[in-house]
Write a protein that binds this ligand. Structure first.
Ligand code: NAD
Ligand code: ZN
Length: 379
């Protein structure tokens, strides 16, 4: 490995030249890491909805050509100036949002919204010098959320890298760098259901099933899954979801259906759909006096949340969370340990696997809504 230190590395990357067009495997040049950066050899990456959303570029002006990818696991190849916490050979998860450990958010026990390294989907360059580390014949190729893991090598700010147990299987724990941790943390860190309680999960995609996994770990006795897509219910049984409600099967609003099922409402609810009506239902279906609802889904930019203030005065709590309130560097290593200790199950989230040169198949699966996570193997 050391022979590449300080050198430009030529390797394969899946480049998105244009919005919505299949990725093209190209030979790219990856510059060495600069101050407070590391260069990683990516071994496994997986596809998350956020990659597809920005690749489609429906609602925003994405910078192209770009290298997407943010759910991944790899090994540090070399480190830039001033890096003391990471060394070549360390096993790591790159994360789309960071932790500088210096700002008011990083110093607060309650926040993970780092002011320096919080997710930025518009920025396609490194913050150190405003340049890209990827190029093809001198033409810059833009980064995505500071990670760009659809490349054999990538350069990442150290604040966006979690150093993990070197014994952890990278082909499994790579999915902890985004969606699964988001859902899991929403339940364990924010909703905090107690043993024997009831939890409603709105949206049974990877994030919602991560939230259901959190409810199972917390010892919830009833986990009610809500989804408009009945094909999601079969898969969700593996995640300890005990009951299912399809809002389409009822004339009444789903919050009333749930209140009837639970003698007044669930103890906790976690919304993982991104649909504002589901968000309102998720709030209104919690029990008065103690119920807590947590919003996770990213809504449409024009969405407005409407509810009668009495719903709050009657002692219901509404919260929202970003990346499950996990601080990437401080907290992700312990989530990996939950898997190593066999508390957390990850295999059931992995429904497909493809070699890197077939990465477009992973996009096709996600667009068809098939499966949960598709692992992309780099070698
Ligand atoms: P997904 O598309 O795989 O799953 C969403 C599920 O919600 C689908 O099964 C869909 O049928 C269901 N659904 C849609 N509208 C519904 C409604 N009105 N009622 C009931 N069910 C409904 O998505 P995912 O990858 O699991 O992500 C879920 C959400 O979490 C997305 O909005 C995503 O952007 C968001 N997210 C948030 C964070 C964060 O930090 N807050 C991080 C990652 C993802
Ligand atoms: Zn910070």
């Amino acid at each position: 490995m050391s022979s590449t230190v300080g050198q430009v590395i030529k390797c394969k990357a899946a480049v998105a030249w244009e919005a919505g067009k299949p990725l093209v495997i190209e030979e790219v040049e990856v510059a060495p890491p600069q101050k407070m950066e590391v260069r990683l050899k990516v071994l496994f990456t997986s596809l998350c909805h956020t990659d597809v959303y920005f690749w489609e570029a429906k609602a925003q002006n994405s910078a192209f050509p770009r290298i997407f990818g943010h759910e991944a696991a790899g090994i540090v190849e070399s480190v830039g100036e001033g890096v003391t916490e990471l060394a070549p050979g360390d096993h790591v998860l790159p994360v789309f949002t960071g932790e500088c450990k210096e700002c008011a958010h990083c110093k607060s026990e309650e926040s993970n919204m780092c002011s320096l390294l919080r997710i930025n989907t518009d920025r396609g360059v490194m913050i150190n010098d405003g340049q890209t580390r990827f190029s093809i014949n001198g033409k810059p190729i833009y980064h995505f959320v500071g990670t760009s893991t659809f490349s054999e090598y990538t350069v990442v700010h150290i604040g966006c890298v979690a150093k993990i147990n070197p014994l952890a299987p990278l082909d499994k724990v790579c999915i902890l760098s985004c969606g699964i941790s988001t859902g899991l943390g929403a339940t364990l860190n924010v909703a905090k259901p107690t043993k024997g309680s009831s939890v409603a999960i709105f949206g049974l995609g990877a994030v919602g099933l991560g939230a259901a996994e959190g409810a199972r770990l917390a010892g919830a006795s009833r986990i009610i899954g809500v989804d408009l897509n009945p094909s999601r219910f079969e898969e969700a049984k593996k995640f300890g979801v005990t009951e299912f409600v399809n809002p389409k099967d009822h004339k009444k609003p789903v919050q009333e259906v749930i209140a009837e099922m639970t003698d007044g409402g669930v103890d906790r609810s976690v919304e993982c759909t991104g649909n504002v009506n589901a968000m309102i239902s998720a709030f209104e279906c919690v029990h008065d006096g103690w119920g807590v609802a947590v919003l996770v889904g990213v809504p449409h930019k024009d969405a407005e949340f409407k509810t009668h203030p009495m719903n709050l005065l009657n002692e219901r709590t509404l919260k929202g969370t970003f990346f499950g309130n996990y601080k990437p560097r401080s907290d992700l290593p312990s989530v990996v340990e939950m898997y190593m200790n066999k508390e957390l199950e990850l295999e059931k989230f992995i429904t497909h696997e493809v070699p890197f040169h077939e990465i477009n198949k992973a996009f096709e699966l996600m667009l068809k809504g098939e499966g949960l996570r598709c692992i992309i193997r780099m070698e």
